[in-house]
Design a protein around this ligand. Structure first.
Ligand code: CMC
Length: 428
């Protein structure tokens, strides 16, 4: 017999079913509340509201657990390839060797973008932020593939759109960088794996051979896996809610990209490096900056610290911190910002303010240092996050579309003026 939650309102008792997930997470299903009582619930920032039931990612913020389709993030980051994880997230199971080969083959086939799109890049100013360019370009893909406009057209059409998007995102991302530095675009090389191909399009030049460093490709593979999904975060919830209007996948993902861009979400990786550079330029006194972060009259926050759901530690940050040390050592790089980051982490973790609020380094705290070591420019960091998050957004969109979820449409409590009569302009 399932549990029942009882609410008392205006002297009446209302009953609502309690639903339980496979990891024993419990929720009160209040979907009939307004119909029964006339009340709605209010929860700004959705801090306590589940928007969906999902079988993709399990996250326990108190225990620091993250699993994709049941598989621990630690195992996937260590052993899997990014395309394998993308398949797992989107189709629900680890692929067999044949299925993975066919998936990778399909992605490889679609890596080119339409030649006409090159003109779009050229129209952007060199200083254009690559996230703005990326979101626009992804939405523009819908204009080249009109068959994608109906997201329910057929399973085959849906798969083609998904594969196209996974294939083209690195090309669009790398070209947004090449355009910013006014270098010639490099076409994809389809004999390379996903990560190596991206590095080739970012850093190769038509005039010389570019050697792919396997340490770099493998570091990138790990970073992309760590970012691949994170259940109902700001950009994923955005992608689902935009997609729930039955708009095409490209438009829904473009919305996800713009949501990711903000410094409180994916934009934090850029903000962390900018913060570390500022601290460095200011003489490296981390205590001073920790004090600033604690000062309620100062808007400064320690970027890369804190998380809406992780209240113990972010398992992705633990993996990234170790990867950061390994990669810098393997590449023989000494980065003064890494020393500042470590000092800052130590001071903050011992400080009562941060302890009391459960503020720990998150995934973005160390990822920027790795991206720097790989030669990725700071403005591209959030683009890297978007490439990693794409399979998660797609998986969540697919689950929402195939589950027939209703259009996302929250309610509100109106607090504006009550009815009043219009006063003609001449009388005001
Ligand atoms: N530095 C200083 N104080 C902080 C910080 C921080 N980074 N983060 C939270 N706080 C304080 C905040 O001032 C508040 O204090 P009080 O209770 O005294 O008012 C308390 O901690 C709770 O913070 P909140 O803003 O209510 O928490 P939230 O769950 O709404 O916000 C967050 C989560 C990630 C937006 C926030 O911690 C933050 O702004 N962090 C810095 C930006 C960042 O690193 N974002 C990346 C998140 S991980 C990547 C991703 O998945 O998006």
């Amino acid at each position: 017999m399932s549990e029942i939650a009882k609410f008392e309102l205006d002297g009446k008792t209302y009953e609502f079913p309690v639903i339980e997930g496979t990891e024993n997470e419990k929720a009160i299903d209040i979907s009939t509340l307004r119909g029964k009582s006339g009340y709605i619930t209010i929860d700004p920032g959705f801090k306590n509201t589940g928007s969906t039931q999902s079988a993709i990612t399990f996250l326990d913020g108190e225990e620091g657990i993250l699993r994709y389709r049941g598989y621990p993030i630690e195992q996937l980051a260590e052993q899997a390839s990014f395309t394998e994880v993308a398949y797992l997230l989107i189709y629900g199971e680890l692929p067999s060797q044949e299925k993975l080969a066919s998936f990778q083959n399909s992605i490889t086939k679609h890596t080119l973008v339409h030649e006409d799109m090159k003109q779009f890049f050229e129209a952007y100013p060199a200083k254009a932020h690559p996230m703005g360019v990326l979101a626009s370009m992804v939405c523009s893909l819908s204009t080249f593939y009109p068959e994608s406009l109906d997201p329910n057209r057929s399973p085959e059409s849906k798969d083609t759109t998904i594969h196209r998007l996974i294939a083209k995102l690195p090309t669009l991302a790398a070209w947004s960088y090449k355009n910013a530095i006014r270098h010639p675009f490099m076409y994809p090389k389809n004999d390379l794996d996903y990560c190596s191909n991206f590095m080739h399009m970012m850093f190769a030049m038509p005039t010389e051979e570019y050697q792919i460093d396997p340490v770099v490709s493998s570091a990138l593979n790990k970073l992309l896996i760590l970012h691949a999904d994170h259940e109902q975060n700001c950009s994923t919830a955005t992608t689902r809610i935009v997609g729930s209007s039955q708009v095409n996948l490209y438009a829904a993902i473009a919305a996800g990209i713009t949501a990711l861009w903000g410094p409180l979400h994916g934009g934090a990786n850029q903000a962390v490096i900018e913060m570390l550079e500022k601290i460095d330029a200011d003489g490296g006194d981390v205590d001073k900056w920790v004090l600033k972060a604690k000062d309620k009259d100062d808007s400064f926050r320690l970027m890369g610290f804190g998380h809406r759901v992780y209240k113990n530690f972010d398992p992705r940050a633990t993996i990234i911190k170790k990867a950061c040390d390994d990669i810098l050592e393997k590449m023989g790089i000494e980065d003064p910002l890494l020393d500042i980051a470590k000092k800052l982490e130590k001071v903050a973790l011992e400080d009562d303010y941060f302890i009391a609020r459960n503020l720990y380094p998150n995934v973005d705290f160390y990822s920027g240092i790795i991206y720097r070591a790989l030669g990725i420019p700071t403005e591209m960091f959030t683009v890297m996050f978007a490439i990693g998050r794409l399979p998660g957004w797609i998986a969540q969109w697919k689950e929402m579309i195939e589950g027939g979820e209703p259009i996302g449409r929250p309610r509100q409590v109106y607090t504006g003026a009550t009815k009043r009569d219009y006063v003609p302009l001449s009388k005001r």
